[in-house]
Design a protein around this ligand. Structure first.
Ligand SMILES: Cc1cc2nc3c(=O)[nH]c(=O)nc-3n(C[C@H](O)[C@H](O)[C@H](O)COP(=O)(O)OP(=O)(O)OC[C@H]3O[C@@H](n4cnc5c(N)ncnc54)[C@H](O)[C@@H]3O)c2cc1C
Length: 496
């Protein structure tokens, strides 16, 4: 008997359901990872995340080798070749069963369906839920639909946690003596991710340290980008180097219990993990989200601007709004951006520049080390007012007052905008007059938009929609619900 574990976005040996189940009963196990550079590029994923992935595959290979499990990395030119690749590989390396944790993007689901159809005669295929505490499709309204609003989803999620708890899968026992780890270097453009330590132990250390100290002040500090007040675990969660259940276990161990309601120590952080699950469950229930489509179908007809110069100024951090520019330059330099800043720059792109959220989503994906479809799409559509439980369309962030509120001293701004280092704190969010008077010849741009007018224009765009949208919306709701039911039914039947 020999089992094959196909690693995907679950690059860990601890709390990995597919790996754990494959090794149960002492069956011999080997592992594969299939790399398709073309699909990586088609999904617009970043060179820094590719570097992080490559380093993590190396780390995974070492961890697995210590357990006596060899990891083989297979490469293909096109994801559609996956079934054939597996058939050929299995002909030379016979196995009795294939184990994997489910991936949720539509392309990955289609690939898995094709694999299942091609391989079902050859070996048993078993699939598990490894990316969420509760399986996609398992938390629904009374009528069996996926929630479209966060709060009732979160209530049901918490009720489920109270009822069943969460499951942690131990690291499997070593199977015989250690094997030699494969040397892994992924091809394609890479940008160094060396600032982020690699491997499961590093991720778990970060989680432990955050729970020991950061979690207590998280509610008060999480909105201030100059403070290191959040966990910085997203790059690890995105590649599955740690699991959400491990996050729950760490917080429970630290506090002695799981915070289950608002006001309890640690709950604000737990709530963010529930947002992560909300977006992942949504992505599965509404395949349109994987297809570049708005969650609210009526917003498809919004007339977004085509302003190329505005987009370039936003991308490079030259809009003349210090908090926006500092955030974008931080993203460009490090591949990471604080959540408050993601909200500010996303609101600015969509509501001040009136550019499509799709452009922002793509740009983020091409730069972020933690880029992942569900949270990125969810965050962008939330900010643009096109998504599930989105910010109300008339709520438009004022980039200047956001800066004043969340970077009051201008520490973050000065860190990323060298041209503003000398500007006194009381002028740091509107530095133009001071610069003109004190540093003539400076090259910091004037604001590229008048925020007040831009805000009114954004509201007018949505107001115009309202008049035409009631019919479209009602029909579309029926459609998406039907689609969601179909999808959930299919999900239950699909082995992979
Ligand atoms: C426009 C926009 C785009 C975003 N793109 C991504 C993305 O590509 N990948 C990504 O992981 N997150 C994304 N987020 C969510 C959030 O900004 C990051 O998860 C967070 O900043 C990561 O920092 P942290 O690990 O310190 O989070 P913490 O505050 O410590 O939170 C813990 C974990 O909870 C999850 N989480 C936190 N906030 C959110 C949220 N709003 N939505 C979903 N999950 C959340 C993340 O996995 C995070 O690591 C985006 C948000 C916005 C507004």
């Amino acid at each position: 008997m020999r089992h094959l574990v196909w690693f995907r976005a679950d690059l860990r040996v601890a709390d990995n359901p597919a790996l754990y189940e494959a090794t149960a009963d002492g069956v011999k196990v080997s592992a594969i990872y299939i790399d398709c550079l073309k699909q990586w590029q088609q999904h617009g994923r970043s060179p820094i995340q590719r570097d992080f992935l490559s380093r993590h595959l190396q780390a995974l290979s070492t961890e697995l080798a210590a357990l006596g499990i060899p990891l083989t990395v297979l490469t293909i030119d096109d994801s559609s070749q996956t079934p054939e690749l597996l058939v050929n590989w299995l002909a030379d390396h016979p196995h009795d069963a294939l184990y994997a944790n489910r991936e949720i993007g539509l392309d990955e689901r289609r690939r898995d369906k094709a694999v299942q159809q091609r391989l079902k005669e050859l070996l048993e295929i078993r699939v598990f839920n490894g990316d969420c505490v509760f399986k996609h499709g398992s938390l629904t309204t009374q009528s069996g639909d996926m929630y479209k609003v966060f709060t009732p989803f979160a209530k049901t999620w918490l009720a489920q946690l109270r009822a069943t708890g969460y499951r942690l899968h131990p690291v499997p026992k070593a199977q015989g003596s250690a094997v030699t780890a494969t040397s892994i270097e992924l091809t394609g453009e890479r940008v160094s991710s060396a600032a982020w330590p690699v491997g499961e132990l590093a991720a778990r250390d970060r989680l432990r340290l955050f729970c020991e100290s950061g979690v207590y002040d998280y509610g008060d500090q999480r909105d201030y980008p100059a403070i290191n007040g959040t966990s910085s675990l997203s790059p690890y969660l995105a590649l599955g180097v740690i699991s959400p259940s491990q996050c729950l276990a760490a917080i429970e161990q630290q506090l002695g219990h799981l915070p289950m309601s608002r006001g309890e120590q640690g709950f604000v952080w737990l709530n963010e993990l529930i947002w992560r699950e909300f977006y992942r469950h949504l992505l599965v229930a509404f395949p349109r989200l994987s297809m570049n489509r708005a969650f609210k179908p009526d917003t498809e007809s919004l007339q977004w601007s085509q302003d190329k110069a505005g987009f370039e100024a936003w991308c490079s951090g030259h809009t003349g709004f210090p908090i926006v520019d500092a955030a974008m330059r931080c993203l460009n330099a490090t591949g990471w951006m604080h959540n408050r800043l993601r909200m500010i720059v996303a609101s600015f792109l969509t509501k001040d520049l009136h550019l499509s959220w799709r452009q922002g989503e793509d740009y983020f994906m091409s730069r972020l080390i933690d880029g992942e479809l569900a949270a990125n799409n969810g965050g962008w559509q939330w900010a643009a007012g096109t998504g599930a439980d989105a910010a109300p369309y008339f709520r438009v962030f004022n980039p200047t007052t956001q800066g004043e509120r969340f970077d009051a001293e201008g520490d973050f701004i000065r860190q990323w905008l060298p041209e503003l280092v000398e500007v006194p704190t009381k002028r740091i969010h509107t530095p133009h007059d001071w610069l003109d008077n004190n540093q003539p010849g400076h090259d910091y741009p004037k604001p590229i938009v008048d925020h007040k007018r831009a805000r009114l224009h954004a509201i007018a765009m949505f107001d115009a929609l309202k008049d035409q949208s009631d019919n479209i919306k009602n029909n579309a709701d029926v459609q998406t619900n039907k689609q969601s039911e179909l999808w959930l039914a299919q999900l239950d039947q699909e082995p992979v």
